[in-house]
Design a protein around this ligand. Structure first.
Ligand SMILES: *[C@@H]1O[C@H](CO)[C@@H](O)[C@H](O)[C@H]1NC(C)=O
Ligand SMILES: *[C@@H]1O[C@H](CO)[C@@H](O)[C@H](O)[C@H]1NC(C)=O
Ligand SMILES: *[C@@H]1O[C@H](CO)[C@@H](O)[C@H](O)[C@H]1NC(C)=O
Ligand SMILES: *[C@@H]1O[C@H](CO)[C@@H](O)[C@H](O)[C@H]1NC(C)=O
Ligand SMILES: *[C@@H]1O[C@H](CO)[C@@H](O)[C@H](O)[C@H]1NC(C)=O
Ligand SMILES: *[C@@H]1O[C@H](CO)[C@@H](O)[C@H](O)[C@H]1NC(C)=O
Length: 486
């Protein structure tokens, strides 16, 4: 966190006063928004992938987003060079590979799918500095130059956008980080002040009015969605958007999309209540990681079996058709996640389906214990939520996705104070007291067999609580019999 002080002194924008999310329909003009379709990638082994991301024990957004789940096409330079970019709300730099790097010239041509950028082939390229260097927790990363060039996304062209070129790289995919400018590696590593990353540049160029964007999926099964900079499509969610504050980190700074989870339920059964748990919204994480006590309690409810070796739980695949939903509450709004979102088909390394010892098909369960890492709301949660990331106001607006929308109603996010009915600030939102740094949980967690446990004293995140520890050992033995069907 070396660059923080420099940044704090130079950029007041992160402490903008909170006016909330304001939407308006422009009367005479079409809304000032920039939108484009995204494709959701299918991850063959989500658990292994997440483990690579989480290896260091914490989810550090800037450094471990080697692979994210949503991607889009863009072009850079003159004439246009096409690149496929992974969209990442958890990091803040755009960077691309170049065809001449050792990675891209090696046999196997790993860079072909995502494309590359050659500065020498662009007449509009401009060099900035040689201090671009992003590193992932598994040791991979990219380093090279920060440059500027033309950038086109859909029908929108920016005359100039700063990005990194990976002259040295060990990741074949280009990344489009759209998070807080505070997390740019130029700030975090080079100790410089922030530059305008994509959402900030869109504001600066007058293409959108406010640094905010919506991200949603078009339907449950298909793999397409949209990202809409500067706007909200009110037909894509049910009811109204509820606006929650982003939880700030040490020093009152905003660097990550942390929300406060206050409750968890399975159908009518309350699993956890009165919580004040910081959770990270991470579009780059496949699974959702909850405090251990909460994960255990939900395993009890859905009869999931925990495998301590894998750090994840398995559930009969037949549970995908169970109509009970898991509810995630944030002070007042609750997002319901259906079981088919949480039951993930995976295969053994040999490609065969997994079964329990009784022959029943086993699927990966979409909620895993966070252990000592920051709890994360990953793709298994995010698919059910329409989310507005409002970086300008340090707020997140949330609503249940309307998967069956057949129409669009795009309204612009403005900077004024005239809020519209579709976004309402949550009254007295709970401030997180646990989550970021291993403090004790608040409130209570109900364990199916053991009754109610007061989580305050014993269920610290980072250690499975006493009673379930034994149970989990027993489960691990059961899972020793989990095998690939012949
Ligand atoms: C990107 O372009 C490729 C090749 O033209 C196409 O197959 C793919 O669907 C595009 N992806 C998106 C997200 O538009
Ligand atoms: C670009 O061209 C210059 C001058 O010809 C050369 O020195 C440099 O190595 C080239 N850069 C790349 C990345 O190919
Ligand atoms: C980038 O950072 C890594 C890790 O700190 C370091 O090992 C590497 O030498 C750096 N690369 C460059 C080109 O500065
Ligand atoms: C590309 O960038 C150059 C230099 O910034 C600028 O003059 C030119 O207008 C840009 N092209 C487009 C299509 O915006
Ligand atoms: C869903 O699963 C729960 C837990 O196994 C069970 O109690 C409930 O009856 C199931 N509901 C339906 C509709 O199958
Ligand atoms: C969406 O439409 C499908 C098929 O028409 C239907 O089965 C499903 O219940 C609908 N979902 C919602 C959330 O309305």
């Amino acid at each position: 966190m070396k660059g923080l002080a420099t940044f704090a002194a130079s950029a007041g924008l992160l402490w903008a006063c909170s006016e909330g999310l304001t939407l308006s329909r422009r009367t005479n003009a079409s809304p000032k928004v920039v939108g484009f379709p995204v494709v959701r990638k299918s991850v063959p082994n989500p658990l292994k992938r997440d483990q690579l991301r989480r290896r260091s024990g914490t989810v550090k957004a800037t450094l471990d987003n080697e692979e994210t789940l949503y991607f889009a096409n863009a072009t850079l330079g003159t004439p246009a060079q096409t690149v496929r970019l992974h969209i990442d709300t958890g990091s803040s730099d755009l960077w691309v590979n170049t065809a001449t790097s050792a990675l891209c010239t090696a046999k196997g041509k790993v860079c072909t799918a995502a494309g590359t950028y050659s500065a020498n082939d662009s007449s509009t390229y401009s060099y900035i500095a040689s201090d671009f260097n992003i590193t992932y927790v598994d040791g991979s990363g990219a380093s090279g130059d920060y440059v500027t060039d033309n950038f086109t996304l859909g029908s929108t062209t920016l005359k100039t956008l700063q990005f990194g070129i990976g002259y040295t790289s060990s990741s074949p995919e280009g990344i489009l980080g759209i998070g807080y400018q505070l997390n740019e590696v130029q700030v975090q590593r080079a100790g410089k002040s922030a530059y305008l990353n994509l959402p900030a540049q869109l504001v600066s160029d007058g293409l959108i009015s406010s640094n905010a964007y919506s991200l949603w999926l078009n339907d449950l099964d298909a793999s397409t969605g949209s990202i809409l900079f500067g706007g909200v499509d009110t037909d894509q969610f049910q009811g109204t958007l509820a606006t929650l504050p982003v939880q700030s980190e040490s020093g009152g700074q905003y660097g990550e999309f942390l929300l406060t989870l206050t409750g968890l339920s399975f159908g009518d059964t309350v699993i956890a209540k009165d919580q004040a748990q910081a959770v990270l919204l991470d579009s780059g994480s496949s699974l959702t990681y909850l405090p251990d006590a909460m994960a255990e309690a939900i395993y009890d409810q859905v009869s999931a079996q925990y495998d301590s070796q894998e750090g994840a739980a398995y559930i009969p695949c037949s549970m995908a058709s169970n109509s009970t939903t898991v509810g995630f509450t944030f002070s007042s709004p609750t997002i319901q996640v259906s079981m088919d979102e949480l039951v993930i088909e995976i295969s053994s390394s040999s490609g065969r389906p997994l079964t329990f010892s009784n022959g029943e098909r086993a699927c990966l369960f979409g909620i895993a214990p966070a252990g000592s890492s920051t709890p994360v709301l990953g793709d298994t949660f995010i698919r059910s939520a329409y989310l507005v990331y409002d970086l300008a106001n340090n707020e997140i607006s949330i609503a249940q996705t309307n998967f069956n929308a057949t129409s669009n109603n795009v309204v612009e996010i403005t900077t004024g104070t005239a809020a519209v009915p579709s976004a309402t600030a949550v009254q007295n939102p709970v401030t997180a007291t646990a989550g970021a740094t291993n403090e004790a949980m608040a409130g209570t967690v109900t364990l199916g067999a053991g009754g109610t446990a007061t989580a305050t004293s014993k269920a610290k995140s980072g250690a499975m609580s006493t009673m379930p520890q034994m149970k989990l050992t027993a489960l691990a033995v059961t899972l020793g019999m989990l095998y690939a069907a012949m």
